[in-house]
Design a protein around this ligand. Structure first.
Ligand code: ZN
Ligand code: ZN
Length: 169
Protein backbone atom coordinates (compact mmCIF):
# COMPACT_ATOMS: atom_id res chain seq x y z
CA UNK A 1 0.00 0.00 0.00
CA UNK A 2 2.73 2.37 0.98
CA UNK A 3 4.84 1.72 -2.09
CA UNK A 4 1.97 2.28 -4.47
CA UNK A 5 2.75 5.81 -5.62
CA UNK A 6 3.20 5.14 -9.30
CA UNK A 7 0.47 2.51 -9.49
CA UNK A 8 -2.07 4.94 -8.03
CA UNK A 9 -1.10 7.29 -10.80
CA UNK A 10 -1.53 4.53 -13.39
CA UNK A 11 -4.91 3.55 -12.03
CA UNK A 12 -6.20 7.08 -12.28
CA UNK A 13 -5.11 7.36 -15.89
CA UNK A 14 -6.51 3.92 -16.68
CA UNK A 15 -9.97 4.92 -15.59
CA UNK A 16 -10.32 7.53 -18.28
CA UNK A 17 -9.05 5.11 -20.93
CA UNK A 18 -10.98 2.01 -20.11
CA UNK A 19 -14.12 3.03 -18.31
CA UNK A 20 -14.01 1.12 -15.04
CA UNK A 21 -11.20 1.79 -12.62
CA UNK A 22 -8.34 -0.66 -13.00
CA UNK A 23 -7.35 -1.77 -9.52
CA UNK A 24 -3.66 -1.64 -8.77
CA UNK A 25 -0.88 -2.12 -11.22
CA UNK A 26 -1.39 -2.66 -14.91
CA UNK A 27 0.53 -5.63 -16.17
CA UNK A 28 3.27 -4.71 -18.60
CA UNK A 29 2.84 -5.98 -22.12
CA UNK A 30 -0.96 -5.80 -22.12
CA UNK A 31 -2.71 -3.58 -24.63
CA UNK A 32 -3.81 -1.33 -21.80
CA UNK A 33 -0.28 -0.78 -20.53
CA UNK A 34 0.73 0.03 -24.09
CA UNK A 35 -1.98 2.65 -24.26
CA UNK A 36 -0.86 4.07 -20.93
CA UNK A 37 2.70 4.28 -22.16
CA UNK A 38 1.57 6.21 -25.18
CA UNK A 39 -0.52 8.52 -23.10
CA UNK A 40 2.32 9.16 -20.71
CA UNK A 41 4.59 10.49 -23.43
CA UNK A 42 5.13 14.24 -23.62
CA UNK A 43 3.24 16.14 -26.29
CA UNK A 44 5.40 15.20 -29.24
CA UNK A 45 4.04 17.86 -31.58
CA UNK A 46 6.23 20.39 -29.84
CA UNK A 47 9.31 18.38 -30.70
CA UNK A 48 8.43 17.57 -34.29
CA UNK A 49 9.95 20.82 -35.51
CA UNK A 50 12.87 20.28 -37.90
CA UNK A 51 16.07 19.78 -36.03
CA UNK A 52 18.05 22.97 -36.31
CA UNK A 53 21.83 22.80 -36.10
CA UNK A 54 21.88 26.25 -34.51
CA UNK A 55 22.60 26.04 -30.80
CA UNK A 56 20.78 28.36 -28.44
CA UNK A 57 21.86 29.72 -25.05
CA UNK A 58 21.26 27.27 -22.25
CA UNK A 59 22.53 29.69 -19.60
CA UNK A 60 23.34 33.37 -19.56
CA UNK A 61 25.39 34.81 -16.73
CA UNK A 62 26.88 38.17 -16.01
CA UNK A 63 30.38 38.11 -14.57
CA UNK A 64 30.46 41.60 -13.18
CA UNK A 65 34.04 41.48 -11.85
CA UNK A 66 35.38 40.56 -15.28
CA UNK A 67 32.84 42.74 -17.06
CA UNK A 68 31.82 39.82 -19.25
CA UNK A 69 28.65 38.08 -20.26
CA UNK A 70 29.03 34.32 -20.28
CA UNK A 71 26.72 32.35 -22.55
CA UNK A 72 26.70 28.58 -22.30
CA UNK A 73 25.15 27.08 -25.40
CA UNK A 74 23.02 23.98 -25.80
CA UNK A 75 25.90 22.29 -27.61
CA UNK A 76 28.12 22.79 -24.57
CA UNK A 77 30.13 25.66 -26.01
CA UNK A 78 30.81 28.60 -23.70
CA UNK A 79 31.23 32.12 -25.02
CA UNK A 80 32.55 35.15 -23.15
CA UNK A 81 31.57 38.59 -24.31
CA UNK A 82 33.21 41.67 -22.85
CA UNK A 83 30.39 44.11 -22.08
CA UNK A 84 31.94 46.95 -24.01
CA UNK A 85 32.56 44.89 -27.14
CA UNK A 86 29.01 43.61 -27.00
CA UNK A 87 27.61 47.12 -26.77
CA UNK A 88 29.88 48.24 -29.60
CA UNK A 89 28.43 45.51 -31.79
CA UNK A 90 24.82 46.54 -31.21
CA UNK A 91 23.04 45.79 -34.49
CA UNK A 92 20.07 48.13 -34.06
CA UNK A 93 19.10 50.83 -36.55
CA UNK A 94 20.44 53.54 -34.27
CA UNK A 95 23.89 51.96 -34.19
CA UNK A 96 24.09 50.50 -37.71
CA UNK A 97 22.73 52.02 -40.89
CA UNK A 98 19.84 49.84 -41.99
CA UNK A 99 20.62 49.93 -45.71
CA UNK A 100 24.36 50.28 -45.96
CA UNK A 101 25.30 48.34 -42.86
CA UNK A 102 27.70 51.12 -41.98
CA UNK A 103 28.30 51.54 -38.26
CA UNK A 104 26.81 54.77 -36.96
CA UNK A 105 27.83 54.21 -33.37
CA UNK A 106 31.32 55.42 -32.65
CA UNK A 107 32.82 52.53 -30.67
CA UNK A 108 35.09 54.94 -28.83
CA UNK A 109 32.07 56.67 -27.37
CA UNK A 110 30.98 53.54 -25.54
CA UNK A 111 32.14 54.10 -22.01
CA UNK A 112 34.50 51.64 -20.39
CA UNK A 113 32.09 50.91 -17.54
CA UNK A 114 29.16 50.00 -19.80
CA UNK A 115 27.21 47.01 -18.53
CA UNK A 116 23.86 45.33 -19.13
CA UNK A 117 21.08 46.29 -16.73
CA UNK A 118 18.91 43.55 -18.11
CA UNK A 119 19.26 40.69 -20.58
CA UNK A 120 15.95 39.36 -21.87
CA UNK A 121 15.11 36.63 -24.32
CA UNK A 122 13.23 37.66 -27.42
CA UNK A 123 11.13 34.74 -28.55
CA UNK A 124 13.26 31.74 -29.40
CA UNK A 125 15.87 33.50 -31.43
CA UNK A 126 17.49 36.47 -29.75
CA UNK A 127 18.51 38.42 -26.66
CA UNK A 128 17.58 42.00 -25.96
CA UNK A 129 19.91 44.12 -23.84
CA UNK A 130 19.08 47.06 -21.66
CA UNK A 131 22.40 48.86 -21.27
CA UNK A 132 23.58 51.15 -18.53
CA UNK A 133 23.76 54.00 -21.08
CA UNK A 134 20.00 53.72 -21.56
CA UNK A 135 20.20 51.97 -24.92
CA UNK A 136 17.50 49.33 -25.27
CA UNK A 137 16.90 48.78 -28.97
CA UNK A 138 19.56 46.21 -29.70
CA UNK A 139 18.30 42.72 -30.45
CA UNK A 140 21.14 40.25 -30.78
CA UNK A 141 20.14 37.06 -32.55
CA UNK A 142 21.62 33.84 -31.25
CA UNK A 143 23.32 33.36 -34.61
CA UNK A 144 24.90 36.78 -34.34
CA UNK A 145 26.01 36.18 -30.76
CA UNK A 146 27.54 32.89 -31.69
CA UNK A 147 29.31 34.62 -34.55
CA UNK A 148 30.76 37.12 -32.09
CA UNK A 149 32.27 34.44 -29.88
CA UNK A 150 35.90 35.36 -29.48
CA UNK A 151 37.20 32.07 -28.17
CA UNK A 152 40.20 30.45 -29.78
CA UNK A 153 38.17 27.73 -31.46
CA UNK A 154 35.63 30.09 -33.04
CA UNK A 155 38.28 32.56 -34.09
CA UNK A 156 40.17 29.79 -35.83
CA UNK A 157 37.02 28.53 -37.57
CA UNK A 158 36.18 32.00 -38.81
CA UNK A 159 39.70 32.55 -40.07
CA UNK A 160 39.63 29.31 -42.03
CA UNK A 161 36.05 28.65 -43.11
CA UNK A 162 37.04 26.37 -45.99
CA UNK A 163 37.23 22.67 -45.17
CA UNK A 164 40.75 21.27 -45.03
CA UNK A 165 42.07 19.96 -48.36
CA UNK A 166 41.34 16.30 -48.87
CA UNK A 167 44.68 15.63 -50.54
CA UNK A 168 46.61 13.77 -47.87
CA UNK A 169 49.04 11.79 -50.02
ZN1 ZN B 1 21.96 49.96 -30.88
ZN1 ZN C 1 33.55 30.11 -29.26
Amino acid sequence: MGAGGPSVHVARRARSLDGPTVPGVVEPGTPLSHALTLEAQPPTLVYVMPRTPMPVPAAIEQEAPRRELVVTWTDGHASRYPYRALRQHCPCAVCVHEWTGARILDPERVSADIHPIEVARVGAYALRFTWSDGHTTGIYTFAMLRGLCGCEECTRKRAAPAPPPSATE
